[in-house]
Design a protein around this ligand. Structure first.
Ligand code: GTP
Length: 314
């Protein structure tokens, strides 16, 4: 992986006599387990997109958190699931690839769903992984304590985890203990990134992800996974605003109609919501222009995979 090669050598000097620590922590979990929500919670800002639909996260996105004198770089991996399409295969490969180079692995389980389905397969795959492993049961706000204990015991029977934590990524409970533990176990060494950096996702890509999130939230069932957003133009203007042009790619004419909505109503609402959020993050006015285009079989096009930061599976 290139994560460690991207070390800027930016040594942090500000933590007094205490040595600095740093490292990479991969978050593994079935789709919808709450990985993006947890990264955003631990980093304290929205660096990855969250939606109630599965497979929102496509490529590895890092969130960078500082806890005491430790810098923790989180690898938010796409959910691991049984691959069907080519894009699915690339996402799963990317998730396991991210885990390979991390200093520690966190397996996140949706406590409500338990070990059914994909979680079981992930536990099996994790047996081969040599790094320290931490079990995190998420969504504890939805489950009774005795159920949580049963679940923790069952997972630890399959694999011996170094530690088990129970958290709610949504309301933050248990998250501080998890951070304390992760921070204390990472190796001593200089920080990988400057102190104020929270993600390495380029702004153009983050802006496209935000639009994709709004698209998902608005169109629910109507537009499944046949859509993809790219930022095509980014122009800083003299008046301090930025003009952004993005294209929503869909696979069929019928999907284009859905994305546009009656009289362009859907795309307008998506654009308004995305513009507001991008503008808040950039702290500058944004003019956002969205175009909807049909590109058949984009899911089989190597170029689209590269743009999403995924290797094209042959
Ligand atoms: N009740 C509850 N809901 C949560 C919690 N954490 C996450 N969720 C919800 O679970 C859903 C999925 O969360 P995500 O963070 O997108 O999940 P993910 O694992 O990144 O999903 P993929 O991108 O599909 O891999 C969202 O609707 C979240 O709001 C939690 O602690 N409690």
């Amino acid at each position: 992986m290139t994560d460690k090669e991207q070390d800027t050598g930016a040594e942090h000097q500000g933590a007094g006599a205490k040595p600095t620590r740093s490292g990479f922590v991969a978050l593994i979990g079935a789709t919808n387990a709450g990985k993006s929500t947890l990264v955003n919670r631990l980093v304290g800002a929205k660096v990855t997109i969250v939606s109630h639909k599965v497979q929102t996260t496509r490529a590895i996105i890092r969130g960078i958190a500082i806890h005491d004198n430790t810098q923790i770089v989180f690898l938010d991996t796409p959910g691991i699931f049984k691959p069907r399409r080519r894009l699915d295969r690339a996402m799963v490969t990317s998730a396991w690839g991210g885990a390979k180079d991390a200093d520690a692995i966190v397996l996140l389980i949706d406590s409500e769903r338990g070990l059914k389905g994909d979680a079981e397969a992930i536990l099996e795959g994790l047996k081969e992984v040599p790094q320290p492993k931490v079990l995190v049961l998420n969504k504890i706000d939805r489950v009774r304590p005795e159920e949580l204990l049963k679940l923790a015991a069952a997972a630890n029977e399959a694999i011996k985890f170094d530690r088990t934590f129970m958290v709610s990524a949504l309301n933050g409970s248990g998250c501080n203990d998890l951070m304390d533990y992760l921070a204390s176990t990472l190796p001593e060494g200089p920080w990988y990134y400057p102190e104020d950096q929270i993600s390495d996702l380029p702004m153009r890509q983050l802006a496209a992800e935000i639009t994709r999130e709004k698209l998902f939230l608005r169109l629910h069932q109507e537009l499944p996974y046949a859509s993809h957003v790219e930022t095509e133009k980014w122009e800083e203007r003299k008046d301090g605003s930025v003009r952004i042009e993005q294209v929503i790619y869909v696979e069929r004419e019928s999907q284009k109609k859905i994305a546009l909505g009656k009289g362009g109503e859907a795309v307008k609402a998506i654009s308004t919501a995305a513009r507001k959020e991008i503008s808040e993050i950039l702290e500058q006015p944004v003019h956002l222009f969205l175009f909807v285009k049909v590109r058949e079989n984009w899911g089989d096009d190597p170029e689209r995979f590269r743009e999403m930061g995924l290797d094209f599976p042959r």
